[in-house]
Design a protein around this ligand. Structure first.
Ligand SMILES: *Cc1c(COP(=O)(O)O)cnc(C)c1O
Length: 402
């Protein structure tokens, strides 16, 4: 047994997923498991399958797998595509890269639009690629809504418009694993064909559930798609789900939590949820700028509401800094992934987070910058407080101040 010294108070889990779980959700999940073929489960199944649609703003089916988000990525491919199909992808960062690697492993051919990993997917570049694809070899466009490694978002409505202007029939697949319940998402209105998401980020749940919203067009594609699939077969899910059941054992305890998570987001109101995340993100960015540090995302148009990736000043290692923060203040910050390893750290401000938790996090970062003797200006936390005070006194002023 380890005898680590007691750490009083709450651990600050400020990584961009998994995120802290509200007490109400923890309580809902700590119940006995139930017969997943019985009547009580059926009620739960019918309810969560119906209610989860509100989060995607869809009337279509949402599939819930007992898997992490990566499973839903795979399901999106194997249900709609055939070996050798081209998929257009934008390499915005580590998660887009992993999705591309998966496409290759599945026998698909990714056509990749590169970036410098400091911007979100740009709709006009997607439009140009599609316009040039006269033969319609590209079968799907895959976009990461919120690139969790870099703190850059994509504007999915613009991507849709670019696809329509190009008159291209490719399916639109969107990864919303770290944006569902954080930033607006309109599966139906934006003409998304497959929206994939996960439980452990904006949804405030433990890891272990993935979500897939599918369009009629995606369902039609699944009738002719030839990639092999078994566990991920949408058809089996959809036919069983019609009665509230699942083709194999669902993650029953997580579904109790999901039931409450959906309620909590709708009780707050999705627009308020999104506004809160934008506010906390803006406060965080004001702190970073006041410290004189660089926000990794280089174009404000693409700033993420879920996470702020902060560039470490030359000559300082971000992971050494993160260790100091953890040891000193019991706070976990996100590590720099892949190309950003050692060069950047990430402040998660998504999920069950509010003004004071973000202020706590920013205070911890500011004190740690001082302890680590990292060149910076003081007053970042104060700048965030000033912003939040105005925003909270009169929420409508928030927009003017931005
Ligand atoms: C976390 C994340 C993933 C991976 O999800 P898992 O649940 O770890 O499989 C994929 N894409 C994005 C954008 C993410 O944030």
């Amino acid at each position: 047994m380890s005898h680590a010294p007691r750490r009083p108070g709450r651990h600050f889990l400020q990584i961009p997923g998994p995120t802290p779980i509200p007490e109400r959700i923890l309580a809902a999940m700590s119940r006995q498991v139930l017969d997943h073929r019985g009547p009580d489960f059926q009620q739960l199944g019918l309810r969560v399958l119906a209610n989860v649609k509100s989060l995607f703003k869809t009337k279509n089916h949402v599939i819930i797998y007992p898997s992490s988000g990566t499973g839903a990525w795979e399901a999106a491919f194997v249900n709609t595509l055939s070996p050798g199909d081209h998929v257009l992808m934008v390499e915005t960062g580590q998660f887009a890269l992993l999705w591309k690697v998966m496409a290759e492993r599945m026998g698909l051919i990714p056509d990749v639009i590169p970036t410098d990993w400091r911007i979100g997917a740009e709709a006009h570049l997607i439009g140009e690629k599609l316009a040039a694809d006269k033969a319609h070899k590209i079968k799907a466009v895959c976009v990461v809504h919120n690139e969790t490694s870099t703190g850059c978002r994509a504007h999915i409505d613009e991507v849709r418009k670019a696809m329509d202007s190009a008159g291209h029939p490719a399916l639109l697949m969107v990864d919303t694993i770290s944006s569902l319940g954080v930033m607006d998402l309109r599966h139906d209105e934006w003409g998304i064909d497959v929206t994939v998401s996960g439980s452990q980020k904006g949804m405030m749940l433990p890891p272990g559930l993935s979500f897939t919203a599918v369009s009629e067009k995606a369902l039609a594609a699944s009738k002719t798609a030839k990639l092999p699939r078994a566990f991920w077969q949408w058809d089996d899910m959809i036919s069983n789900n019609a009665n509230g059941f699942f083709p194999y054992t669902p993650a029953t305890s997580l579904l109790y939590g999901l039931d409450v998570a959906i309620d909590m987001l709708n009780e707050e109101g999705l627009d308020n949820v999104f506004a809160r995340h934008e506010r906390l993100a803006e406060a965080t960015r004001r702190a970073v700028k006041a410290w004189g540090l660089d926000i990794w995302c280089r174009d404000p148009k693409y700033y993420s509401a879920a996470v702020t990736t902060v560039a470490m000043p030359e000559g300082h290692n971000a992971d050494t800094f993160r260790k100091l923060v953890l040891d000193t203040f019991d706070m976990s910050l996100g590590t720099g992934l892949n190309k950003l390893a050692g060069k950047a750290f990430r402040i998660g401000h998504l999920g069950d987070t509010n003004e004071l938790t973000v202020m706590g996090a920013l205070s911890g970062v500011e004190m740690s910058l001082e302890i680590a003797r990292i060149p910076h200006k003081k007053g970042g936390a104060a700048a965030a407080m000033s912003y939040l005070a105005v925003a909270m006194a009169a929420p409508e002023k928030k927009l003017a101040a931005e």
